[in-house]
Design a protein around this ligand. Structure first.
Ligand SMILES: NC(=O)c1ccc[n+]([C@@H]2O[C@H](COP(=O)([O-])OP(=O)(O)OC[C@H]3O[C@@H](n4cnc5c(N)ncnc54)[C@H](O)[C@@H]3O)[C@@H](O)[C@H]2O)c1
Length: 309
């Protein structure tokens, strides 16, 4: 039986942290690739040397050569520049467009059956670009955003209530920008809707903090953007695919009429398993949420049209 092979392109903050979570979860052998010589090799060696302490047997290879990514089962694309304070994710489009284009072309030549998991921002637009460049079917190209946005929402709710994060469920829809749509009606504490437990003003404050969650970290770091929570979110998606868990997770998926939206990548709940995006789950939305989804979708459409494809 062949071992699962997971390649991560971009050995920066997010790529390396994703490798760390994937190794800790023992999801497969890892290839970490970057354009900078020495960095993926050094980080891979360092992570591999943690194996005996943390009990993981994975092979972890650092490289600058795409040949080493051949026949990957999953390829995570985390190459590209992150935000600096004051920047929006859209400000990264021009630079990251050429990087993602190049990375996807290199990867698909060598791993034509892989699942592409896109992380580079602006997220929904880069996922759209990756699907376009790869020519892969929509179930095999998926973007990470909603798990991160939802875990932030969950963390804030748990902290406010002073209860375990384990008991909080939350769902954030929409594009991975400040117009994302945290669905408060679908946020619950062990099934108890948060409206029963938190005042409206507190819920509104949490929604606002969730929307700006990425920016809050950027403003503190000053030299880059978040990576621990993003890396954990990516690893959860990889796990769902390689273990065929059929998790129901918010991911950026290609829509063809779902939620009344056509031809764009957008954050929606999906069933993620061995077939990749196996199903898009549509949930009923209130008129206000519907309006928010429309605004978020318009922002994503504008960004996608700036690709000039
Ligand atoms: N989707 C999300 O939820 C999410 C969360 C955090 C960050 N991000 C995005 O992920 C990307 C990476 O963020 P980071 O913090 O790791 O940045 P980083 O600067 O730490 O790392 C990026 C890495 O990409 C490499 N790179 C650049 N061009 C490349 C190419 N052509 N081929 C291979 N590697 C290349 C760089 O050398 C660098 O090591 C950014 O675009 C960031 O905005 C997305």
């Amino acid at each position: 039986m062949s071992r699962t092979k997971i390649s991560i392109v971009g050995a920066g903050a997010v790529g390396a942290t994703t490798a760390h979570w994937i190794a800790a979860k023992q999801l497969g052998d890892i290839v970490l690739l970057d354009v900078i010589e020495g960095v993926p090799q050094g980080k891979a060696l360092d992570l591999w040397e943690a194996g005996p302490v943390e009990d993981f047997d994975a092979t972890i290879l650092g490289t600058n050569d795409y040949a080493d990514t051949a026949n990957s089962d999953v390829v995570v694309v985390a190459a590209g520049v992150p935000r600096k304070p004051g920047m929006s994710r859209e400000d990264l489009l021009e630079t990251n467009k050429s990087i993602v284009q190049d990375v996807v072309m290199q990867v698909v030549q060598r791993s034509s059956d892989a699942f592409l998991l896109i992380v580079t921002n602006p997220l929904d637009t880069m996922a759209y670009l990756a699907k376009h460049v790869s020519g892969f079917p929509k179930n095999r190209v998926v973007g990470q955003a909603g798990i991160l946005d939802s875990t932030r929402f969950r963390a804030f709710v748990a902290a406010d209530l002073g209860v375990s994060v384990e008991d909080i469920q939350a769902l954030v829809l929409g594009g991975h920008g400040d117009q994302m749509v945290p669905l408060t009606g679908y946020c619950a504490v062990s099934g108890i809707p948060i409206a029963h437990l938190l005042a409206k003003s507190r819920i509104e404050a949490i929604v606002e903090r969730t929307r700006k969650g990425g920016g809050e970290v950027v403003a503190l770091l000053k030299t880059g953007s978040a990576y621990y929570a993003p890396g954990a979110a990516v690893a959860q998606m990889v796990e769902a695919i390689v273990k065929d868990k059929r998790r129901v997770l918010p991911c950026s998926a290609y829509l063809e009429g779902e939620y009344g939206l056509e031809d764009l990548y957008f954050g929606v709940p999906v069933k993620l398993g061995a077939g990749g995006v196996e199903e898009i789950i549509e949930v009923p939305l209130g008129p206000d949420e519907r309006g928010q989804v429309e605004r978020s979708a318009n922002a994503v459409r504008e960004s996608i049209s700036a690709l000039g494809l």
